[in-house]
Design a binder for this molecule. Sequence first.
Ligand SMILES: Nc1ncnc2c1ncn2[C@@H]1O[C@H](COP(=O)(O)OP(=O)(O)OP(=O)(O)O)[C@@H](O)[C@H]1O
Ligand SMILES: [Mg+2]
Length: 349
Amino acid sequence: MQNDGSGRIVVHGLSKTFGQVAAVQNLSFVVEPGSVTGFLGPNGAGKTTTLRMVLGLVTPTAGVTTISGLPYEQLGNPARIVGAVLENEGFHPKRTARNHLRVYAAAIGMPDQRADEVLALVGLSGAANRKPGEFSLGMRQRLALATALLGNPQVLVLDEPANGLDPEGILWLRNFLRAYAREGRTVLVSSHLLSEVEQTIDQVVIISHGVTRYYGSLEQLRASRQSRVLVQSGDPNALANALREGGFTQLEMAPDGRVVVLGATRQQIGDLVAKSGLAVYGMEEDRADLEKLFFQLTNGQYSGAPYQAQQHYPPPPPGGGWGPPPQYQSPPGGYPQQQGPYQGWGGQR
Ligand SMILES: Nc1ncnc2c1ncn2[C@@H]1O[C@H](COP(=O)(O)OP(=O)(O)OP(=O)(O)O)[C@@H](O)[C@H]1O
Ligand SMILES: [Mg+2]
């Protein structure tokens, strides 16, 4: 076997058992160069264990994992090929950020000046002379990423890199990873939040209890879910009638009075509305659906006990409040002035 230079990560039939715990079971996926893959699952799903196996830090019970065609241990100077950020990175308490990076740079044969380059890359130039012991969680994450970038690696493996980052930091990380992949490099990034990485990733591996629940593109995952479009209209009744006549019969009513259309795109609805001459003030595609699907795929794992509301709290709305709105059934002969528990549907305005 030899290094094929591709930067491709291959995980094949990977399993890891700790005593009675099957942490990872028969996991297989490929991360292509030039793309970002999200590795998602709830707490304890097996993400860190898998990434540690990819990085040669944990020996698999079964299966193989390779980078550029080789197991990590056989990569030669791996820090020049693979940069990694794992959970709970420790830093020397007495060294400044710059000195920490210089020590690591020297160890992998990179010049001193690389330390300042990576500090600038992660936005920590201003903290170069401070000690990581005084850093915030987000700053430590940035320093860990800077360390991973020292060798200008072809492959990045990051375990929950967004942990502790503020919204600006998350946006920065998103752009950084996308740009990194666009240069033809390989990025594998774990998270327990789909929404955190949704806009960054090209494909996704979702695991739960160490087992693959989904592996493929986000587009396919979305397509497997019927789309929902929420339409705000001056006359919801007329809109619902027009939609039904246009063949869109799966209609619901949102608590805020918007019409929820299932199985239609915004474009289809826009075209129909334009023909009907109805006033529409806004349309929104329901992005929460993907998150819901993620919960369904990974449900049950370490879910906490439901929160017991105090006596004086008002009862939750029908359906628990967070579920989908009740299916809107239009009775024969037109729409009533009031329907169900909500007041907004053609009723009081
Ligand atoms: N060294 C170990 N010894 C024993 N069990 C372990 C060890 N490492 C991980 N496990 C177990 O393997 C399972 C997967 O853990 P892992 O840390 O890979 O999950 P994770 O997906 O990274 O979770 P989190 O989102 O909380 O970081 C857990 O049940 C965990 O307790
Ligand atoms: Mg983990």
